[in-house]
Design a protein around this ligand. Structure first.
Ligand code: HSE
Length: 400
């Protein structure tokens, strides 16, 4: 019997209990032993809940109980999660977490402690919810140099952009809708400003390059400035707007970015809609691979957490090597990254051509009194320099 403690009885924590109950037999078979929840740590009580008697309010009870072999961190946020997880690992308890903020900030250190103690710190659910991506990067795609990893890593914003595309709605209206469905938080900043996706691509880039990538260094732009007019232009070009988190290996180093992009129909992420996530990976010998599925939500995320528990049970006292050292990987500035740019401006066509040279003007249905155009392929720094020649740029979105 493997006894576990769950920190936090919110959406993910209660999802873990539900998954363990629903698939109890098959999970025990795959883990090679029965998994039993001994404690749930939460500030609240849960009168009437079947797990009521497991709830404790004092972390010491869990940390000091030698029977607990696995701690499931489902609290979110960096503190007190970091303190609790570090203490658990230092005392020889395995940990799994769904917490991207914790993993992005302290992943390298926690992985090193687990290695030192011959135990495991696993975090499959921290990126892409229920989609397996951490384990494939660590265990399956090990023959490759990963040259690109690009994902739709935030379900809330993908839902919002899909709704804007399919129903022609404005940003504020779809945000209210996403909040009413429980997708977006009451404070939706982390989702709509791209901070959530930024932490996730920081984790993926760290996994790919084997070193610590600081999320603070990743250029991050959210979707809060995307309007129904932008969507009309995208439609006129047969494109969709998606929030992409992307990381590329170049000769100078890794360049990572989170930003809205206009995708053509041939792009592998074009058809990823609603709350779904997808991750496109390009390896130098593999070529292309895609991972698609439920990127958020109670049961998909809990499914990934429980899969980590099973992996831990199969590797008791044996560390699964994760190549992510605390040596810092300095990202390169993306100003040399090249793409086409879609621009909306109040400047006249002549001024636009004077600044940008050859462009493709775009007419969008029901849009008057402004000019939309597509530039040629150019670097970020070239774009910035040419854009200085215009007086009234209303919007610019990268095009892939
Ligand atoms: N807020 C996140 C999302 C939850 O919408 O994708 C999963 O990390």
């Amino acid at each position: 019997m493997i006894k576990i403690a769950i920190l936090g009885y919110g959406t993910i924590g209660s999802g873990v209990v539900e998954v363990l109950n629903t698939n109890q037999e098959s999970i025990a078979k795959r883990a090679g032993d029965e998994i039993q929840v001994k404690y749930i740590l939460d500030l609240r009580d849960f009168p009437g809940d079947p797990m009521e008697d497991k709830v404790v309010h004092d972390y010491d009870i869990i940390a000091d109980d030698p029977e607990i072999q696995v701690v499931v961190e489902a609290m979110g946020g960096v503190e007190p999660a970091y303190t609790f997880v570090k203490r658990a690992l230092l005392s020889g308890k395995n940990v799994t977490t769904s917490n991207k903020a914790l993993v992005a900030k302290h992943g390298a250190e926690l992985i090193a402690i687990a290695k030192d103690k011959s135990i495991n710190f696993l975090f499959e659910a921290s990126v892409g919810g229920g989609i397996p991506i951490i384990r494939p990067l660590n265990s399956s795609l090990t023959a490759d140099e990963i040259e690109e990893i690009t994902g739709i890593l935030n379900g809330t914003t993908n839902y919002m952009l899909s709704k804007m595309t399919f129903e022609g709605l404005e940003f504020d209206d779809v945000l209210k809708d996403a909040q009413s469905r429980g997708y977006a938080e009451a404070d939706p900043t982390a989702d709509i400003e791209g901070y959530d996706a930024c932490r996730k691509i920081a984790i993926l880039t760290s996994m790919v390059c084997g070193q610590q990538v600081d999320f603070e260094e990743i250029y991050t732009e959210g979707i809060s400035k995307i309007t129904a007019t932008d969507i009309r232009y995208a439609k006129a070009m047969g494109r969709v707007i998606k929030l992409l988190a992307t990381s590329r290996k170049t000769e100078e180093g890794y360049c990572a970015m989170v930003a809205p992009f206009m995708l053509s129909q041939s792009h592998p992420l074009y058809n990823v809609n609603d709350v779904f996530n997808a991750i496109f990976v390009h390896g130098n010998v593999l070529g292309d691979a895609m991972f698609y599925g439920s990127g958020a939500g109670k049961l998909p995320t809990a499914s990934a957490v429980v899969a980590d528990i099973v992996d831990i049970a199969k590797h008791l006292n044996k560390n699964i090597l994760i190549s992510w050292s605390s040596r810092k990987m300095d990202l390169i500035d993306c100003k040399k990254a090249k793409s086409r740019f879609f621009v909306r401006a109040n400047d006249g066509k002549e001024a636009i051509q004077q600044s940008f040279g050859k462009v493709e003007f775009i007419e969008a249905k029901d849009v008057l009194g402004e000019t939309g155009f597509l530039t040629e392929v150019m670097s970020e720094e070239d774009y910035a320099q040419k854009a200085n020649g215009l007086k009234h740029i209303l919007q610019r979105i990268r095009v892939v």
